[in-house]
Design a protein around this ligand. Structure first.
Ligand SMILES: Cc1ncc(COP(=O)(O)O)c(C=O)c1O
Length: 428
């Protein structure tokens, strides 16, 4: 939740804005994203990482929440951008983002996406497999370029997060395991290619991590891999990207410790590891996504019904759900919420918030204590800034919500609501 959330006339105030008025003005469901909170986080990246560790870089992981406006905010605060598809790259370009500050990711990039990346001159391509490496070399030579790459490695760390957001294990669709045979086929091949300039390695151990142990373990493994590669090929790693994954607060049970808790300890581990193995200190990068935008966003819904099943539970039906926030159905994710127009009222009833889709699994929040509710109330669900708008679908032909940006009491429409016409616009 944005740090400036407060009570005003019994209404929930978010970043200086009355959320009941926002629902009235822009309709629901509505994504409300605080520019104030996003800029606070981006500045924290600058102060506690970029300025503290000269030569380091940070890219914002667009997959968490990407709009043209978000790209421009990120650019204005001096970070780069991580994109993972032609669509995200296109949006970065359309927003005017300097493409040499873009890192192109993905475990299954298509030949046309690789072509686009080379043609637009992205700063780095993070290569995931040998087919991609060969295609990238071919396209780069065709354009007379040498594309700078990092290899995505899987350090074999089992991060303590949901299976679907755990990415650093050996049995993962992402990245390259650090087996010697594999090492030789990748590093050996890249060093012999004229269209490829290998700079180093990248890992991302998982998402929504609240402890730094997986990150630190991965640093240790990556550094010893760098030493092996140096011994075998004389290749000194110039760049090491430590990924993202820094957790945020969804419920009271989550106790996020801040960015420096991860980055300071990882930087110390990199420095010490390189010193003890006689390696030159590489340039270090990070890629936070959720940590930048997660708590900066809320979603507003209108309550349509309150249905009590005696001795079982009370279902509160809302005008959105799974299509605008698939996280609870996908990961069993938990969110907290309030009734925006009864913010001063005490919780008095345990209810289950049900989305409007034809799926029994479309339950937004199971068993939450809220004040007495009725049709027409406005429900505000917290920490929806990351992986909501970017993961939204049109299931059941629900138009995707608008995005309103707030900034200390000011609001502006950033993405308009989809219309029924939009829903059929591609159909012939
Ligand atoms: C390669 C890579 N970098 C960065 C991120 C951002 O992760 P988070 O939003 O948890 O910081 C992801 C998320 O999946 C990723 O796959």
């Amino acid at each position: 939740m944005a740090s400036e959330a407060s009570v005003g006339q019994g209404h929930f105030i978010f970043d200086g804005c009355d959320t009941v008025e926002l629902a009235k003005e822009y309709g629901t469901p509505l994504y409300v994203v605080s520019e104030t909170a996003i800029r606070e986080r981006l500045r924290e990246v600058r102060l506690s990482f970029l300025e503290k560790y000269p030569g380091s870089y940070a890219v914002y992981a667009s997959k968490a929440f990407q709009t043209l406006e978000m790209c421009r905010i990120v650019q204005s605060e001096g970070l780069g951008l991580d994109v993972v598809s032609g669509g995200e790259l296109f949006a970065a370009q359309r927003s005017g983002f300097p493409l040499d500050r873009v890192i192109f990711h993905g475990n299954s990039k298509t030949p046309s996406e690789l072509r686009m990346a080379v043609e637009l001159g992205v700063g780095r391509v993070v290569v995931d497999n040998l087919d991609e490496l060969a295609e990238l070399d071919r396209v780069s030579l065709e354009f007379g370029r040498r594309t700078k790459i990092l290899f995505r490695i899987t350090p074999g760390v089992d991060s303590h997060t949901h299976e679907f957001v755990s990415t650093g294990r050996i049995d993962s669709k992402f990245g390259i395991p650090l087996d010697r045979r594999v090492r030789d086929s990748y590093v050996g091949a890249a060093l012999s290619m004229r269209g490829i300039e290998l700079l180093g390695f990248h890992f991302h151990v998982g998402s929504q991590l609240l402890e730094n142990e997986s990150h630190l373990k991965a640093v240790e493994i990556a550094i010893s891999f760098m030493a092996e590669v140096k011994k075998a090929y004389g290749f000194e790693t110039a760049e090491l990207n430590l990924g993202g994954g820094f957790g945020v607060r969804y419920t009271d049970a989550d106790k996020p410790k801040g960015l420096a808790y991860f980055t300071d300890e990882m930087m110390a581990a990199v420095t010490e590891g390189c010193r003890s193995l006689g390696l030159a200190l590489p340039r270090i990068g990070i890629e936070p996504g959720r940590w930048i935008v997660g708590e900066a966003g809320i979603t507003l819904y209108t309550v349509g019904s309150v249905k009590e099943i005696p001795y079982v539970r009370t279902y509160v039906g809302i005008d959105g759900g799974l299509p605008d926030n698939p996280r609870p159905a996908l990961y069993g994710a938990r969110h907290e919420a309030c009734i925006a127009n009864k913010y001063a009222c005490e919780p008095s009833r345990r209810v289950t918030i049900a989305g409007k889709c034809c799926e029994s699994g479309d339950i937004l929040i199971r068993d939450i204590d809220l004040p007495e509710m009725e049709a027409g109330d406005i429900l505000a669900v917290f920490t929806t800034g990351a992986y909501n708008h970017s993961m939204a679908s049109n299931y059941n032909r629900l138009p995707r919500p608008a995005v309103v940006m707030t900034s200390k009491g000011k609001t502006r429409l950033s993405v308009r609501r989809e219309t029924f016409e939009d829903l059929v616009a591609r159909e012939l």
